[in-house]
Design a protein around this ligand. Structure first.
Ligand code: GLA
Length: 385
């Protein structure tokens, strides 16, 4: 069994495939998935994250309609969904289309007048991979709808609108990491995001200059408790902050965390506080060109998520262990956890070997073949045609 390479596709060809399905298309807009380099479950704790945008994106083509209906089709779904713009409220649309309907709702809430629209989307970020296919869908459709409405909304306002779309209409109370990188990422850079004040800074990310490649491995494992698990971790963090009397865990010190009596809350808070420190240390290591330190921080982050935050799983641990045994400088799970993807910083000349070893471990354990994605830091949301 070999690992399956998941290609990002040719944007021009994908765009043509979509516009062929519309009469009078206005354009095609793309927004990327992401790999978070480090800083996991820190966004909703007013902490720090360091993601990159992937070359894999969701593409949305749009045409105007004369009525007030939003009609959405997806290359990946069998049924189109139609809803009147004025009828979109929390709970009125379910499933994948709620992400798209949510964007229309959020833009209208911000006072933008939207025309009726026909959208066709093609998602090239693997679904359920923990690489933020939902933010890619939301952000690509946000650009498409702004174009259809003829409004130019600045990116930071779009981050806020897309976060509201996801939490209030799609019902996924995420922390903002995914939408922020999808809308503000730059090629060859990671984005340092500070969720205390929403400040961002571009940090050069060019592992190839050091003979390294960032490998993303989609384990294709999704565990039943993934949705509930995310909410439980958020609730644990809020409870820990409340017990410590701080507005968020960003304000907690390591000593305060160790004083927590409850073992579970102490371990959850320890992950968050130590992880925020590791993001700062990773940025410093990158600025010092110290890749072995970056790798060490990746490994420490994974251990913290596995043991203290308890969001890893056998498949993710197997990728991290196997990659590290066969020469990765560092590896860790990425994203929300409970399945999904891991990242590994691998010497480029060992990539094929590491991929083969991971596939062999998966085969030996009776798991489906993992997907592997090339992951140079890529562009954020944009018009492609
Ligand atoms: C998911 C959420 C993000 C973030 C990560 C964990 O991807 O959508 O907001 O909380 O999990 O870092």
């Amino acid at each position: 069994m070999r690992a399956e390479r998941v290609e990002s596709g040719d944007p021009a060809a994908i765009a043509t495939g979509l516009t062929d399905r519309l009469t009078d298309p206005l354009g095609v807009f793309a927004a990327p998935g992401r790999a978070n380099l480090i800083g996991e479950h820190t966004d909703y704790n007013a902490g720090l994250c360091l993601p990159i945008a992937l070359p894999h994106a969701t593409y949305a083509a749009v045409a105007r309609r004369d009525d007030d209906v939003l009609r959405v089709e997806s290359v990946q779904q069998t049924q189109p969904v139609e809803v009147r713009l004025s009828a979109i409220t929390p709970g009125s649309v379910s499933g994948w289309a709620s992400y798209v309907a949510g964007v229309a709702w959020a833009l209208r809430e911000d006072g933008h007048r939207l025309p009726g629209m026909q959208l066709v989307v093609d998602g090239r970020v693997p679904l359920g991979s923990g690489l933020s296919s939902s933010a890619a869908l939301i952000c690509s459709t946000a650009l498409a709808m702004c174009a259809a409405a003829g409004v130019d909304v600045d990116r930071r306002s779009l981050v806020r609108a897309t976060m509201r779309a996801e939490s209030e209409i799609a019902g996924a109370p995420t922390g903002g990491l995914d939408q922020t990188i999808a809308l503000l990422g730059e090629p060859d850079h990671a984005l340092l995001i500070d969720f205390r004040d929403q400040q961002t800074r571009q940090v050069p990310w060019r592992p190839a200059d050091a003979g390294l490649t960032l490998l993303v491995v989609d384990t294709r494992a999704t565990h039943a408790h993934s949705d509930g698990g995310y909410g439980q971790r958020r609730a644990d963090c809020e409870e820990a902050a409340q017990v410590l009397g701080v507005p968020s865990l960003r304000e907690a010190t390591p000593d305060q965390v160790e004083s927590l009596d409850d073992d579970r809350l102490r371990r959850r808070a320890r992950h968050v506080v130590s992880e925020i420190g590791r993001v700062e240390d990773t940025v410093a290591a990158l600025e010092a060109d110290d890749w072995s330190e970056v790798g060490r921080l990746f490994a420490a982050s994974h251990t913290s998520m596995r043991d203290d935050f308890e969001i890893s799983c056998e498949e993710l641990d197997a990728v991290v262990d196997t990659a590290s045994t066969h020469g990765a400088v560092g590896a860790r799970m990425t994203g929300g956890g409970f399945g999904g993807s891991a990242i590994a910083l691998v010497p480029t000349d060992r990539m094929a070997k590491v991929c083969d070893e991971i596939a062999a471990v998966f085969a030996a354990r009776g798991w489906a073949a993992p997907g592997v994605l090339p992951a140079p830091a890529s562009a954020s949301a944009r018009q492609v045609s």
